[in-house]
Design a protein around this ligand. Structure first.
Ligand code: CA
Length: 651
C-alpha cells in the first residue's frame, strides 16, 4: 500500500500562491520543475544528472467545461513526500518490485478558482504524472477535448518509434492494431504516416541520454493515447484516437466524472538503456482492479496456426499439438481461429479433456467483433457483448478451457478500452486468462488485471509466415523490441521457430527462416511474456538439434530479474534475465556484419564456468562450457542473423 498521509492532500486547498516547484527523485539525480509562463501556460521540465532531458513542455487540459491550458496560476503545492510500495507480480520482467518515489501535488487555478491538480511521482529514473480535474461549480462531469501535455526534447534528438496506422485499414479493416514497423535513429519533426506514433516511444538525445515516453493506467475510464508531432510548437504532444476508429462511431474524446483523473503520463530517463530496459514504471503507479478468482497458471505452449495456418485448425492436428506440448513439458496449446466451424464445440470439449489428461490446458481464439472489423474468422459476435460473452465463458469454464486469445480490436477510443476491461473482468469471473491480439498496447494491465497474460501490439511472428521480406528483417526488428515495445508490457510475439520453412512439411516453399537456431533460443529469453506459445512444430523433435529442443523445454517464461547488458536498437540487443538461481544472457544481431563485443557479466564469479550457445559464421550452432575471465567479462561473437545465449548459476 502507498504510504501517503491523507492530511497532505486535504491541506492542498489551504496553500498560498507560489511560483516554481520542483520534485526530486529519492537519489537526487532526477529533477522535475513545474512552472507557468507569462501567459499562464503551465509547463514542466525534466533534468537528470544535471542535463536537460525535457525542456519546458506544456501542461494543461482543454475541456467542455473550460480551457485549462492557459491563463492559469500555480496556486498551490503540497510538500514533497516520500512514497514507497512493495509488490510481487509474476508476469512482468521482475517478480518483486520495491518502489520508491517522491510525490508532490500542484494545484492550478483560473480566475482564483482551482481547476486541476497535477500529481507527480518521481522515482530515480521515472517520472509519472496525471491530472485530477476538479468540479467546477455544479459541473461534476467533463469531456476532455484536448490534453496540452507536451514533450520537448533537445535539438538533435533521434527517435525509435512505430507509426500509428490509419483506422479501418489493413487486413479486413482491423487497423490500428499496433502492427507497424519501427523506424530507428529518425530525426524529430516527422509524424509517422501522418497519424503520429504508438506508445512507447524511445529517444536518444545528442548527449547520449535515453528517454522513453509512454502512458499507463488506461482503462475503460479513458481512451488510449498516441504521440503526435506538433510542428508549430516544435514538440511532441499526447493525441487522442482517430475519428475513423470503431467504424467511425463513438467519440475520440474521453469523458470523466469530476473530480476525475486522466491516465498517467510516463517519462523514463537515463544515461544508458538500463533504466529503459529495467523500468517498472507502468506497474508502479497502478493498483489491482479486482482480486484473482483463482491462481492463474503461466507457462509455455505451442500453436499450429503459425506453421500450418487456418487449415491446421482441425481435430487431428490439435491433438498432435497437445501430444507435442506434453512431450515438451509445456502446459498449453493455443487453438487459433475457425475452431468453432472446423472442430466444433463438442469436439473442442473432447480435446480439452484429452489435453487435461496430459497436463495441458487450451487457449481458444475469438474475434472481438462487433461492428468494427470485417474479419470473417470465427467465433464472431461472442466477445463484444456481456450476455453472449458470459454464456461462452461459462461453457469454457465447464469444459476446463485455460484462457482466451481475442483478436482484431477496433482502436483506442474509450468504449474500446472499456471492452478490453469488460472481457478481462468477465474472464476472471470464469477463471480464464486473457491474451489480446490485433490490439492496443497494454498499459499497466499486468498489475491492474490479475488474469491478464499478454498482448501482441507488435509486428509479430505471423508476418514471418506471410512474407520473406519479414524473415529477411527479422533480426533487425528483434533488436528493437527489448528496448521499446517490450519495456512497458508483456509482448506475445509467438516466435522461436526452429523450422527452416514456414510450412508443416518444413520443405522449400513459402517463407524461409534466415536466422540461426541460437537466435531462436535467444528470442525466447529476449521477448518477455509470462505465457509463451512458441512457433515450434512436432517435427522439430527430430529435425532440430537436440540442444535446441532441450533448451526450449527448459526456458522459463517467468523472471525474477531483468538487466540491460549491451546493444542499441536496430543494431544488436543483449539482455540478462534471471529465473531463480539461473541467469540467462541472450543476444541477437540485426546488423549485416558480425558483432564482436566483450560484455560485463557481474552476475557470475571470476573464473566461473558458464554454458554458451553460439553460432559459427555459417550460423551453425554449438554449445560449450566457457570460463568467465577474472574481470567478470566474456567476449561474444554474433554473426549476421545469429545470436548468443549464456547460462549460468548466479554468483
Ligand atoms: Ca496480429
Amino acid at each position: 500500500m502507498y504510504r501517503i498521509s491523507s492530511f497532505l492532500i486535504l491541506s492542498l486547498s489551504a496553500m498560498s500562491a507560489m511560483g516554481v516547484g520542483t520534485v526530486t527523485s529519492p537519489d537526487g539525480k532526477l529533477v522535475v520543475t513545474v512552472d507557468t509562463d507569462a501567459q499562464g501556460k503551465p509547463a514542466y521540465s525534466v533534468a537528470y544528472d544535471g542535463k536537460d532531458f525535457l525542456l519546458p513542455s506544456s501542461l494543461g487540459l482543454v475541456s467542455n467545461v473550460g480551457d485549462f491550458s492557459k491563463g492559469l496560476a500555480l496556486s498551490g503545492m503540497s510538500d514533497a513526500v516520500a512514497v514507497s510500495d512493495s509488490y510481487s507480480l509474476p508476469g512482468i520482467k521482475k517478480s518483486h518490485v520495491d518502489y520508491k518515489a517522491t510525490e508532490r501535488w500542484f494545484t492550478f487555478s483560473k480566475d482564483s478558482s482551482p481547476v486541476f491538480e497535477l500529481q507527480f511521482r518521481v522515482a530515480d529514473n521515472d517520472v509519472a504524472f496525471r491530472y485530477r480535474m476538479l468540479p467546477q461549480g455544479e459541473t461534476r462531469s467533463a469531456v476532455i477535448l484536448d490534453e496540452a501535455t507536451g514533450f520537448t526534447l533537445p535539438d538533435g534528438t533521434v527517435s525509435f518509434m512505430a507509426p500509428q496506422s490509419k483506422p479501418m485499414g489493413g487486413f479486413a479493416r482491423t487497423s490500428p492494431s499496433y502492427e507497424t514497423p519501427y523506424g530507428v535513429d529518425e530525426p524529430m519533426g516527422r509524424n509517422g504516416w501522418g497519424e503520429g506514433y504508438t506508445f512507447p516511444c524511445l529517444f536518444k538525445n545528442p548527449e547520449g541520454g535515453w528517454t522513453l515516453i509512454s502512458e499507463t493506467g488506461v482503462d475503460g475510464s479513458y481512451c488510449g493515447g498516441r504521440l503526435l508531432w506538433d510542428d508549430k510548437a516544435g514538440c511532441y504532444t499526447v493525441g487522442f484516437p482517430q475519428q475513423g476508429e470503431m467504424n467511425g462511431l463513438n467519440s475520440v474524446t474521453p469523458g470523466i466524472p469530476l473530480p476525475g483523473f486522466t491516465p498517467w503520463r510516463l517519462v523514463t530517463v537515463g544515461n544508458s538503456l538500463s533504466p529503459v530496459v529495467e523500468t517498472t514504471a507502468p506497474f508502479d503507479v497502478v493498483t489491482p482492479k479486482y482480486e484473482p478468482s483463482r491462481q492463474y497458471t503461466y507457462g509455455k505452449g505451442t500453436w499450429s496456426w503459425i506453421i500450418g495456418m487456418d487449415g491446421a485448425t482441425n481435430y487431428d492436428v490439435q491433438k498432435q499439438y497437445i501430444d507435442f506440448s506434453a512431450d515438451m513439458g509445456y502446459n498449453s496449446v493455443l487453438v487459433d481461429a475457425l475452431w468453432d466451424t472446423q472442430i466444433g464445440y463438442d469436439r473442442i470439449a473432447e480435446l480439452s479433456r484429452y489435453a487435461a489428461s496430459k497436463g495441458v490446458g487450451l487457449y481458444l481464439w475469438y474475434n472481438s467483433n462487433g461492428y468494427w472489423n470485417d474479419a470473417p474468422q470465427g467465433p464472431r459476435g461472442k466477445m463484444d457483448n456481456a450476455i453472449a460473452r458470459r454464456k461462452e465463458m461459462k461453457w469454457m469454464r465447464d469444459n476446463g478451457i485455460r484462457g482466451i486469445k481475442v483478436d482484431f480490436f477496433g482502436g483506442d477510443k474509450q468504449p474500446m478500452m472499456q471492452l478490453y476491461e469488460d472481457i478481462l473482468a468477465d474472464a476472471n469471473d470464469f477463471g480464464l486468462m486473457v491474451i489480446f491480439h490485433g490490439c492496443t498496447l497494454p498499459r499497466g494491465w499486468e498489475r491492474m488485471y490479475p488474469n491478464y497474460a499478454a498482448s501482441e501490439a507488435v509486428l509479430a511472428s505471423e508476418n514471418l509466415h506471410f512474407s520473406q521480406g519479414s524473415c529477411d528483417t527479422e533480426a533487425f526488428n528483434a533488436t528493437i523490441h527489448p528496448f521499446v515495445r517490450n519495456t512497458v508490457g508483456s509482448m506475445d510475439f509467438g516466435g522461436s521457430a526452429l523450422n527452416k520453412y514456414y510450412n508443416a512439411a518444413n520443405a522449400p516453399g513459402g517463407s524461409r527462416r534466415v536466422t540461426s537456431d541460437v537466435y531462436a533460443l535467444a528470442t525466447a529469453v529476449l521477448f518477455q511474456s509470462p505465457v509463451q506459445h512458441f512457433a515450434l512444430a512436432p517435427g522439430n523433435m527430430t529435425d532440430a538439434p537436440a540442444w535446441a529442443i532441450d533448451f526450449m523445454k527448459e526456458v522459463p517464461t517467468l523472471w525474477d530479474e531483468t538487466v540491460y547488458i549491451d546493444g542499441y536498437p536496430g543494431k544488436y540487443a543483449i539482455l540478462g534475465r534471471r529465473h531463480g538461481d539461473t541467469w540467462y544472457i541472450a543476444g541477437v544481431n540485426g546488423l549485416k556484419e558480425p558483432v564482436v563485443v566483450e560484455i560485463s557479466l557481474p552476475m557470475f564469479a571470476p573464473g566461473q564456468k558458464v554454458v554458451v550457445y553460439s553460432d559459427d559464421k555459417n550460423l551453425q550452432g554449438a554449445v560449450k562450457e566457457v570460463k568467465i575471465d577474472k574481470k567478470q567479462r566474456l567476449k561474444v561473437t554474433m554473426p549476421c542473423n545469429g545470436g548468443v545465449l549464456i547460462k549460468g548459476i548466479k554468483l
